[in-house]
Ligand binder design. Structure first.
Ligand code: ATP
Length: 511
């Protein structure tokens, strides 16, 4: 399949089916803002739950908070964002278009050198405006934070947070005390972040308002190579693109977490542990290990606060993109906030007194992950076959609805019976949707298109014999079972306790 059509087709479904659409679409709005519609909200919720299951609920020492998105200037002065959170901007002298210089250089297939040489690279490579033959200006740094004024008086400068992490650092003392936490412990947050990107693009990949799922794991630096759950993850295989591989233009290597640690390809066990958890999380949302790799960032790419970074990158049709970052932030943030605020952001470590912990941070972007899930789950129907429509083969956990409840026809009490079943399944805690308009084949196609996992048809057999038909989205096979078995069987299917072929083996295929 042509890669551009894949992108266009996925965007088309998003708009038509209420998954995602541009903000303030009926006005001439800005780029980089999107809304989740009724179907998109379900994908968003499912992704968040899966992230919480992997990064919070699988541990007994990770706590979740939800912080403000606007904070005083002092916070971002201390964190370094005021001085350092900028991208290199250039502007065309003819059409006034603005561009990120590193992106222009990258798109021309040239290697990005450090930011001091951007001007030289523009000149030496005779890079001109991509939209017209205009000349590009000398680079200047553009700070990406949105600035606002808080309250009626001028001068109360606030900023919309460019990452969720800072709330966690500045609340460190309260959280640690209230949860009686001792090291190691983590604080997680899911919430909005804002970046005034120079050129938002690629649909959901580069937005100006987006959601992050971040975890700050606080660790005694002397224990950084002693992760309590190390043996549970050490045999997990990852695709690793080291700095050496990148220098030599090599492909990522397949390696276990243990081997990577033993051969010093990763700096510590906590980094290894989170590379493994990220791999498990990606599999839970339906993106298998062979579609992504972890790239060790080069020295000139590492953020001001970090001593090591591993980006989880997916090879998309339109280029390689980071969807989750993993940073070793050391004690940078807690120290800076302690210095600037005077608050002692420390914790007692038995036998050592008060220490400033080190931080490991996995940081994911929701919209990029959702787009990645959609691109990798999109399946094309075969013209002139039983299924000539396109559809998403989402996993049960990602599907916007677990099942659609469809009366075969509206007459003879089938609508009423199907509606009753719909409420019964909802009361049982299943995510179901009711759909009675149009021919049954059209309704299968409509629900396949947004990735609903099962279609449940209420027909004359349901009215007369208490039997119900379940159709599996992926195989289009059906089984017929007693209605009272339905809630539990659907739950077992969604939780992967039961597979579709188990069900067919037990009840036989229904034709
Ligand atoms: P990039 O280099 O692509 O701009 P970044 O390195 O600045 O990304 P981080 O600061 O590591 O990104 O942010 C963590 C995660 O937040 C990213 O992995 C990504 O999924 C998400 N993210 C960052 N910027 C954006 C954006 N503009 N739009 C959507 N998601 C974003």
């Amino acid at each position: 399949m042509d890669q551009n059509s894949l992108q266009n087709d996925v965007i088309d479904v998003c708009l038509r089916r209420g998954i995602v659409f541009p903000t303030a679409e009926i006005y001439n709005s800005y780029a980089g803002f999107y809304e989740y519609g009724p179907v998109g909200v379900k994908l968003r919720e499912n992704l968040m739950v899966l992230w919480q299951q992997t990064f919070i609920n699988s541990e007994d020492n990770v706590h979740e908070i939800s912080g403000s998105t606007i904070m005083p200037e002092a916070v971002f002065d201390a964190s370094g964002h005021l001085d350092g959170f900028h991208d290199p901007l250039t502007q065309c002298n003819k059409c006034n278009s603005m561009f990120r210089i590193d992106h222009l250089i990258e798109e021309l297939g040239l290697e990005i050198l450090d930011e001091n040489s951007f001007n030289e690279q523009l000149k030496n490579n005779e890079i001109i405006c991509p939209n017209c033959p205009g000349v590009l200006s000398e680079p200047r740094n553009f700070n990406m934070m949105f600035k606002t004024n808080v309250g009626p008086l001028e001068g109360n400068t606030g900023y919309l947070r460019p990452e969720t992490a800072q709330n966690i650092f500045i609340n460190f003392r309260r959280i640690a005390h209230s949860m009686r936490a001792s090291l190691p412990f983590g604080v997680a947050q899911i919430g909005r972040a804002y970046r005034n990107e120079i050129s938002p693009r690629n649909f959901l990949m580069r937005l100006r308002e987006f959601e992050q799922l971040e975890l700050e794991m606080f660790v005694d630096p002397d224990e950084i190579n002693n992760h309590p759950n190390w043996v549970e993850v050490e045999n997990i295989e990852i695709n690793l693109l080291t700095r050496q591989n990148q220098l030599k233009n090599e492909k990522p290597i397949k390696i276990t977490i243990k081997e990577a640690f033993d051969t010093k390809l990763i700096p510590n066990q906590y980094i290894g542990y989170y590379l493994a958890l990220e791999t498990m999380f990606m599999e839970s949302i339906g993106i298998s290990n062979n579609l992504f790799h972890f790239r060790e960032l080069k020295e000139n790419e590492v953020a001001h606060y970090s001593s090591a970074n591993y980006d989880l990158e997916i090879v998309f049709p339109f280029g390689v993109f980071e969807v989750i970052g993993l940073a070793y932030r050391t004690d940078y943030d807690l120290k800076k906030h302690s210095e600037k605020s005077g608050a002692k952001l420390q914790i007692n470590q038995p036998g050592k007194g008060n220490i400033v912990p080190h931080v490991i941070e996995p940081s994911a972007g929701l919209s990029r992950l959702i787009y990645a899930v959609m691109l990798s789950s999109y399946v094309y129907g075969e013209p002139n076959s039983d299924r000539d429509w396109n559809w998403f083969n989402f996993t049960g956990a990602m599907a916007p609805w677990e099942a659609a409840i469809l009366p075969l026809m509206k007459k003879d009490g089938m609508s009423e019976g199907a509606k009753e079943l719909y409420w019964q399944l909802k009361d049982y805690g299943l995510e179901v949707i009711y759909d009675e308009s149009g021919k049954i084949g059209k309704r299968y196609a409509r629900n396949d298109e947004i990735g609903v996992k099962y279609c449940i048809t209420y027909d004359y057999d349901s009215l007369e014999k208490d039997l119900i038909t379940i159709r599996d989205r992926d195989t289009m096979h059906q089984v017929q079972i007693k209605i009272d078995l339905l809630p539990d069987l659907i739950r077992q299917l969604i939780l992967d306790i039961l597979t579709w072929s188990d069900l067919e083996n037990e009840f036989g295929r229904f034709k």
